[in-house]
Design a binder for this molecule. Sequence first.
Ligand SMILES: Cc1cc2nc3c(=O)[nH]c(=O)nc-3n(C[C@H](O)[C@H](O)[C@H](O)COP(=O)(O)OP(=O)(O)OC[C@H]3O[C@@H](n4cnc5c(N)ncnc54)[C@H](O)[C@@H]3O)c2cc1C
Length: 679
Amino acid sequence: MVSENGAVNEDLVKERQNCSFNTLELTHLLDGGEAKTLERKEREEYFLSDPAFKDEVPMEYLSHQEQYEHSVRKACHMFRKLQEMPHGSMDNFREPPVESVAQRIKQLLGGMLGSAILKDGNPLALHYVMFLPTLAGQGTVEQQAYWISRAWNLEIVGTYAQTELGHGTFIRGLETTATYDPSTQEFVLNSPTLTAYKWWPGGLGHTANYAVVVAQLYTQGKCHGIHPFIVQLRDEETHMPMPGIIIGEIGAKLGMNTTNNGYLGFKQVRIPRENMLMKNNKVLEDGTYVKSPSDKLTYGTMMFVRVVICQDMASYLSKAVTIATRYSAVRHQSEMKPGAPEPQVLDYRTQQYKLLPSIASVFAMKFSANWIWEMYNVVNSELDQGDLERLPELHAVSCCLKALCTSDAASAVEIVRLACGGHGYMKSSNLPSTYGLVTAACTYEGENTVLLLQTARYLMKTWQQARSGQTLTPSVAYLNLYSDWRQPRTVWENTTDCVIKAFYQVAAGKVKAAAEHMERRAKGGMTPEDAWNETSIELVAASTAHCRAFIVEKFIETVSKTDVSRPLQAVLCQMAELYAVYWLLNNKGDFLMFSNLSPADVDGLQLWLEQLLTKLRPNAVGIVDSFDIHDDILASPLGAWDGRVYERLFEESQKSPLNKEPVNKSFHEYMKPFLRSNL
Ligand SMILES: Cc1cc2nc3c(=O)[nH]c(=O)nc-3n(C[C@H](O)[C@H](O)[C@H](O)COP(=O)(O)OP(=O)(O)OC[C@H]3O[C@@H](n4cnc5c(N)ncnc54)[C@H](O)[C@@H]3O)c2cc1C
């Protein structure tokens, strides 16, 4: 039913009336408390009410070049506003004090506010996300004092240039060289081949004037592997490329078209010795190389970035499911019963199956990101005391969690986009650009398959330890418990305890199978490397099962411990169960093979899934409303709070430049002569 006079759509009004819990309570829970919700809303109001961020013509109708120019304008305005943002207005009466500038920057670059202002990527993002943290993490105290203050005050704009045309994952294979010349105390940077050109860094094309460049270090005739160097790319006044710097943008991509990803080649470019970031390894004036005692210290930044990625994935997905769920409540289609009115598409079981598990995934990602953040802090404080024991475990968990959160988010965004039928294919729905942003994260900061294989390496090691009877660290302790999956089966029960156990049984079974198959290959005469490669499909599957098991466990554990009202508790538990049963049924072969599940139990599980969908259906709109996403952040006619889907879609269509004139000149230039010539 279409609303009159701009009122809220009647279906949405009904949905909201039928919601069984207090949506504000869930909003506060997700934000981390009422004060945080208020802070968020103030921040959103401060930025989103600014007319400088509004587009007269939607960005997608601009040329590539215009899109870039608008993005730079918006990005500069965004960070200027951030600097001017009142810091203390709330300090006097709010505890804890208002968020730090670093937190605000994170919000401005993240999946909510950031993607509302710049839908297709921010050309200044890398300056904050990678350039500054690398200076902080890898520079000496003197280097930090000089470079961080210049970067922080935006006297210079930087990026992080690691990936090359020829190498991404395999960073030891990078070809850019930095050769030390003791006679001038300079490094000479060179790109010996085309494949040595840097390729991908955000902001590199036309935005940054400096970069941290990762290159093979040569001194005294010897290669010491890859190291980071600060290189000036462009003149600070004219922005012209510096001598010997070959620089530009890599071109249009599936998404993120305004991040200005660039290429960079060096022709014997000289930089002072002091521009090598020397917190860990050093080159002395005479060219002597001094190696750091431990290079594990850079793990911290990597892990921090992965946690942030998981949080961002939850944000992007929460936007997509809000759009698709509100639309599904407003959209009526077909006849369920002959002659009956067309139902809301949300009432179709298959539609619920597309939307509700995707909504549940948002919670799963948020809770597991919180959990790994706590683990990160514990392990970091242990590191300060010289205790490195849990570092490999944290590394393994962060790798697979980044991989699953990004790949789940990418498939869920696509599922809910399809759930919006044709309208989901419209750029204006904001679902295509959301997909572009999310799927990129499957590749950057560690390609997902490669990350899962890193977790697998850890699992293979711990598997050997389990076999030799050693006690294992918490996230892999299940390998001790379920190492023998051929032990007699016990009775299956549709309970969360039984389900969690089953996920771990599957993970243990898959770890064991991969380990045994690798061993068998090695015994058959294969080199360990070949055996690894031959077994890698199963290794990736083992990592995935391991990660899914702890996401399920953390989800169920978190909701059972959360102190909330009973109606909300019920909804959260249903979400956690739905998430678990959905993934269980999606992989039932594994569960039949490795857990207590038998074929006779599958019908019961299917019924459980359907019952959960039925229970959650009346709260679907309420749950996405609780995400409390500002209409300007959703930026979608399908998902706005008032549900005026058709009016808004039509309004959006009017923004197409083609509709500015009744007849396009191409009719007279091409069509008419063509049509006439056929007479
Ligand atoms: C949007 C975006 C932004 C980016 N921003 C930056 C940036 O700011 N700075 C920067 O330096 N880089 C950046 N990158 C580059 C990014 O880090 C690399 O794309 C990434 O590391 C993967 O490397 P690759 O593209 O060379 O893929 P490859 O490593 O060539 O991977 C190709 C395929 O080979 C497989 N593969 C590779 N190695 C193995 C292995 N050991 N075992 C099994 N399979 C393997 C992979 O799984 C994949 O399927 C960005 C990339 C994207 C998409």
